[in-house]
Design a protein around this ligand. Sequence first.
Ligand code: SF4
Length: 351
Amino acid sequence: MKQQYIIPIFVPHLGCPNDCVFCNQKSISGQKKNPTKEEVKKIIEDYLKNIKEEEAQVEIAFYGGSFTAIDEKLQEELLEVAYEFIQQGKVESIRISTRPDAINKNILKKLKKYKVKTIELGVQSANDYILKRAGRGHTFADVKRASKMIRWNGFKLGLQMMVGLPESTRIDEINTAKALIKLKPKMMRIYPVLVVKDTKLEKDYQEGKYEPIPLVQAVETCKELVRMFANKKIEVIRVGLQNTDEITDPQANGSQVVAGPYHPAFRQLVESAMWYDAIVAKIKRLNVKVKEVEVTVNPIDSNNVIGHKKENVLKLKDTYDVDLLLKQDENIKQGKSKIQITKTYHDFLEE
Ligand code: SF4
């Protein structure tokens, strides 16, 4: 299989007609100004220099703002730069992220011309009231219309949703996931809401009108959502905002995060929680009082099985008095496991 690479190009807040309550694109993308076409060319060239494999599959991704809502001339300039690399055979495709109300027939035609393959839509919620409270400026009907157009025109569809928006509950978030599954995306991103400096949400938070969800709740909800998407074979490509110098621990110097369920290894917390549930479910099914269990997994999964700071090992011991032994085996598929009882309570008493 070809090694896949993504060259990220951040286009912060460019032309976005909105001011969503949670958004300060400058901090979220870690970038203050928009790149020129010369800068974009340089970013791509620098990335390509570091890709050694001849057979690599490279994609250029315009992340950040609402790409198809930016000034058309600039849009074409940026796409043209990226397209040149496709023509030279150095890059395979382009990916963009945008708003659902910035998608129409002509826009899709243009994206196709420049070999854009994947379009990601910021959805955030399937509930119109919550969308309005978040200042999104579009409805869920816009999301459905745009998603269908994207798929019918042969693009890969990616969707993004949020957890912990103002007045959103866990049920709303699960309902959003159910509604998004029906739109048949190929991939998902899930972001717990953080209170970022210089946003409407920060003001609401300071005035006591918004309370972010605690980290445990964010992990529990995201765990449920990841499971729902995984059951439908929809790849979850990101859980939690990318850590940058600005999106970091609220206590850190220069952090733009004021409050909220921030954790440097948020995805690991979610995946570890999923492994913990899976191990406990298997132990319970065994119908024997377990004292020690050996879990064999692919080396890629071992950190998640153990948990962040050995959380799963400690929790199993505390809650069920079970010792967890980890074994790695490259022959086991990622995400799969072999669980063996290495000691029952009976063995333990006989010792
Ligand atoms: S639409 Fe996107 S870029 Fe614009 S304010 Fe909202 S989140 Fe930020």
